[in-house]
Design a protein around this ligand. Structure first.
Ligand SMILES: [Mg+2]
Length: 193
C-alpha cells in the first residue's frame, strides 16, 4: 500500500523534516535606509516588502529580523526608538508583530565587542538549532556585505537585494558565485517555493 504524502506540520515543516526560514535585514531591505532612522514618521516601506513577507509566511517559512542598530551604541537613539520604528513598519505593512519568529537587534558600534552584530552568524546559528532549521533551506536577505557574510558564516544561502545602499562588489567578494542578486525582496520572494 503506498504511503500517504507527508502532511505539513502546523509550523510548515514536513513531518520528520527540518524547517525553513528567512533572516531579513531591515534598513534597505524592508524599509528605506535613511541612515540612523529613529523617528517612526520617517518609515517608508520598500515596495513589495509586505506581500513578500506574507507570501513567505504562507509557504511555511519562519521569518526573523536581524538588524544592526549602532545608533543606539553611539547614543543617537534608544532601543525603544528602534522598536517604535519596527512597529511603524509592521503597521504600514498591515502585519502583526508575530510575523517575526524572532528579532535580533545588535546595538553595538563597529568598534565595540559584540556577539551579535552582523556579520556575526551567532543569532542565525542559534535559531537554526532552536527551531531545527535546515540551513540549505534558510536565506539571509540584505543589502550590505555584512548581511552576505553573515549568511556565509552561518552556512545558509546569501541573497543580495539592490534596494538599499547596495554594496554589490563587496557582497560578491564575500559570497563568490553563491550570491543570488535581486532588485528587491519582492523579486526574491517570488522565487520561493
Ligand atoms: Mg541594510
Amino acid at each position: 500500500m503506498p504511503k500517504p504524502d507527508p502532511q505539513p506540520a502546523p509550523d510548515g515543516r514536513p513531518c520528520g523534516g527540518k524547517g525553513k526560514a528567512l533572516f531579513l535585514d531591515r534598513d534597505g531591505t524592508l524599509i528605506r535606509d535613511k541612515g540612523f532612522l529613529s523617528d517612526p514618521a520617517g518609515v517608508e516601506l520598500i515596495p513589495g516588502a509586505a506581500s513578500a513577507l506574507q507570501h513567505a509566511a504562507r509557504l511555511g517559512y519562519l521569518i526573523f529580523l536581524v538588524t544592526n542598530q549602532s545608533g543606539v551604541g553611539r547614543g543617537y537613539f534608544s532601543l525603544d526608538d528602534v522598536a517604535a520604528v519596527s512597529g511603524r513598519m509592521l503597521d504600514l505593512m498591515g502585519l502583526p508583530p508575530t510575523v517575526f519568529a524572532g528579532t535580533c537587534v545588535a546595538v553595538e558600534t563597529p568598534d565595540q565587542p559584540s556577539l551579535y552584530r552582523k556579520p556575526s552568524p551567532r543569532f542565525v546559528l542559534e535559531m537554526i538549532a532552536k527551531h531545527s532549521l535546515d540551513p540549505h533551506r534558510c536565506y539571509m536577505v540584505g543589502d550590505k556585505a555584512s548581511d552576505v557574510l553573515t549568511a556565509v558564516r552561518a552556512g545558509i544561502r546569501p541573497v543580495f537585494v539592490a534596494s538599499g545602499r547596495p554594496e554589490l562588489e563587496a557582497a560578491r567578494r564575500a559570497a563568490g558565485d553563491d550570491l543570488a542578486v535581486f532588485p528587491s525582496i519582492r523579486e526574491f520572494a517570488a522565487t520561493l517555493a
